[in-house]
Design a binder for this molecule. Structure first.
Ligand SMILES: *Cc1c(COP(=O)(O)O)cnc(C)c1O
Length: 721
């Protein structure tokens, strides 16, 4: 392992060889500019679910013959904290999964995000109070895979960038950031994607900047939100300069970092007119510069939900940015509905060379929502990083069947799973591996329930689960019981409580057939999302009702503190993955894809990716009203959420699902659905295929080897049709 310590002008890093470090850096700084600069407000890539360096270390003897440096890194990487709390949900995890696939496929890229010293909030759950948000305890200084980048000219000092803010449009105030680097290293440890996390909470930044840069999606005020967006977007040009990056393409993962566009336009104008550009540029010069900048921007929009689109009052923007920014925004980002606001989503929609939605249905929705840009909106359906989300037990299973040989490098080989339908050996082995995953999940839940019971006497938190309060042996969950998983952010349109809408009906289905069911739920609501939090509380309140009405057959569990590790346990251990958003508000959804990677069927409304993953019912079940895509169905008003109608549709299919799982003569049909997931969905809904489709939009000149591999992946699927 000694050779996996490498050094360059920015520091000393562990996990890649000098050759790899140099190759990556050469790509990012080469005069051809064939690399991506990926900008995202959040990046979720916790090391406790995927950690190739640690894996390699565990197979290596680090002993007294090793260098001091290696022993130092080895100790850190084997024992140190593995989480960096800079994701709030699906957007961040998609970013992390994307970067991991870039690394696997050797697509040259670097990512930029912010470093949040308070991270995203931690969730406690109390049965009376519902969700309680608490501070997240972490520090970059103690996180082994984060490196503070050095200033090459003064190696004892950290590298810093600065960006100007303006008080009342003219008076300049500098915000300064240090750069932390994290590496998304691939499984072979022979390529990586650097992620630059900007720490604006440093002594040389003004106090008001430090205040608002500490929490992901700080919701204290619109001003805090606008400042955070600007910290991300306005940092891109200085980062490119200080690191010598040549990336010709900037990928905006959501519009959060779109302020970079304003800097690039100003840069173009300054080239043309010199320092007096502010006075000399006419409106048509500005439009022309914007068109030029657009050639370098790829934009992905992730949601049709209004709260996901950034709109800011003009006064507010005027208070923090230069008056010239306001002029650009006036020309390029005037909100259509509110004359006093700028619409940053519109700006991103306007200034790009490719505008992508994240599923086929979402493309239609986005075209309706932004009719003036309809012609250029395309679809690249999301995916998940298969190596991250396939459980150890399933990975061992896939490894042991020749039909799936090489699935790690090439998820397209899952298409061969069709050959396994007739293999009794595979079917049995699949069920065994599944049982291992289910047992792991159920053990976790049972331990949690008894832990909460004990904690009750030591803390002021009331156990969030009804079953923690009864202690007669019945509270224990069994892995043989049909287990439904549901976990995602709690927001109104996701309708976590949908299937409990008519509890009597649900209970009747369970009781009349004597089919026990575990419902295992998890998820956070943004601290300022009151309706989201009230749905968590509602789910807690339904637990005893379900339990009592089903004579103890129905058990509804809520696992607090949803994160990637819990997600992985749930998507692989559940017997079915439930997804009940109000169509068409779920642009893609990715947790269902994680389930599919593990062969777990989905039960879902026809929304987001499931429209493409459903395959006429071979891979799972659908329910709910399949509305036409119209602006009216984007409403989140309670009456538009169709609780009654869609839950009734669920009750219609639920008995069939239970029977298929429990009745011996039907069970093989259930396993068929699992195998169909491997055959139909694993090859498509992974980030390798997705990255290959993006690479086409990026228009990169890549080495023959890389290009060939991408070409092969693209043959499998074309999202845009
Ligand atoms: C996958 C994942 C999500 C996103 O799930 P959706 O189905 O897209 O809502 C959110 N949080 C965590 C921790 C995840 O792993």
């Amino acid at each position: 392992m000694n050779k996996y310590i490498s050094t360059n002008r920015w520091g000393t890093f562990f996990g890649v060889t000098q050759e790899t470090l140099d190759a990556v850096w050469n790509n990012l700084t080469s005069s051809s500019g064939d690399s991506i600069l990926y900008v995202s407000m959040e990046i979720g890539a916790d090391r406790d679910v995927f950690h190739p360096i640690k894996k390699r270390l565990m197979q290596t003897d680090v002993d007294k013959n090793s260098t001091n440096m290696l022993r130092h890194f080895s100790k850190l990487f084997l024992n140190g904290p593995e989480k960096i709390p800079n994701y709030g949900g699906g957007l961040g995890i998609l970013a992390g999964d994307t970067l991991k696939s870039f690394a696997d496929l050797k697509i040259p890229a670097i990512a930029v995000s912010l470093l949040y010293r308070k991270g995203y909030f931690s969730q406690l759950v109390d049965s009376r109070l519902g969700q309680i948000s608490t501070a997240t305890d972490w520090s970059p200084e103690n996180t082994p895979s984060l490196y503070l980048m050095k200033n090459p000219d003064f190696p004892d000092l950290p590298l810093e960038i600065e960006i100007p803010f303006y008080e009342r449009g003219e008076q300049e105030v500098l915000a300064r950031a240090r750069l932390w680097m994290k590496m998304e290293v691939n499984s072979n440890l022979d390529y990586f994607i650097p992620e630059i996390l900007l720490d604006y909470s440093i002594p040389s930044s003004p106090e008001w900047i430090r205040q608002v840069s500490q929490s992901l999606y700080d919701s204290i005020s619109d001003q805090a939100k606008a400042i955070q967006r600007r910290l991300l977007g306005a940092s891109i040009v200085p980062i490119k300069k200080v690191l010598g990056l040549t990336s010709k393409t900037i990928h905006l993962n959501e519009q959060h970092g779109v302020a970079v566009v304003l800097n690039l336009i100003a840069e173009r104008l300054a080239e043309k007119f010199g320092p007096a550009y502010i006075d000399r540029a006419t409106d048509s010069d500005i439009f022309e510069a914007a068109e030029d900048v657009a050639k370098n921007i790829v934009f992905t929009i992730h949601t049709p939900v209004k709260a996901g689109h950034d709109r800011f009052n003009k006064d507010l923007i005027g208070q923090i940015s230069h008056s010239f920014s306001s002029r650009l925004l006036h020309l390029l980002a005037q909100d259509d509905e509110n004359p006093n606001q700028y619409n940053f989503t519109k700006l991103a929609m306007r200034v790009n060379r490719a505008a992508n939605s994240v599923s086929r249905l979402h493309k239609a929705v986005t075209q309706k929502q932004f009719p003036q840009f309809a012609g250029k909106i395309t679809a690249i359906t999301n995916g998940v990083h298969h190596l991250t989300w396939i459980s150890d037990a399933k990975a061992a299973l896939y490894d042991s069947f020749a039909e799936l040989k090489n699935w790690r490098d090439d998820p397209a080989v899952f298409a061969n799973a069709g050959l396994l339908f007739t293999s009794e050996d595979f079917r049995e082995s699949f069920e065994k591996a599944w049982k291992i995953d289910t047992t792991k999940l159920i053990d976790y839940v049972n331990n949690m329930l008894s832990l909460h019971r004990k904690q009750m006497h030591e803390t002021w938190i009331d156990p969030p689960n009804y079953l923690s309060n009864i202690e007669n042996g019945d509270q224990v969950l069994s892995p043989d019981v049909f287990t439904i998983g549901f976990a995602r952010r709690f927001s109104t349109y996701k309708r976590a409580d949908l299937i409990f809408d008519d509890m009597d009906k649900l209970a009747e289905i369970i009781v009349s057939n004597n089919y026990p069911v575990n419902f295992i739920y998890a998820g956070k609501a943004h601290p300022s999302d009151e309706p989201g939090k009230s749905i968590i509380k509602l789910v807690l309140d339904l637990q005893d009702d379900l339990y009592l009405k089903t004579n103890g057959l129905g058990k509804l569990i809520f696992i607090p503190g949803y994160d990637m590790k819990i997600a992985k346990m749930m998507v692989s251990g559940a017997h079915a993955w439930l997804n009940s958003p109000k169509r068409p508000l779920e642009a893609s959804g990715t947790s269902g894809m994680k389930a599919a990677m593990n062969g777990v069927p989905n039960i879902s409304t026809m929304d987001g990716w499931w429209v493409e993953g459903y395959h006429e019912g071979k891979t799972g079940w659908k329910f709910g009203y399949e509305s036409e895509v119209e602006n009216a169905c984007l409403s989140e008003a309670p009456s538009a959420l169709l609780y009654e109608q869609d839950s009734a549709s669920f009750y219609q299919i639920f008995p069939e699902i239970l029977a298929m799982f429990y009745e011996k003569r039907l069970k093989s049909g259930y396993v068929d659905k699992c195998i169909y997931n491997l055959q139909y969905n694993c090859p498509i809904f992974n980030t390798h295929r997705m990255a290959a489709e993006y690479a086409e939009r990026y228009n990169l000149h890549l080495s023959d080897q890389v290009a060939k591999r991408l070409e092969k992946l693209r043959k499998i699927y074309q999202s845009d049709m």
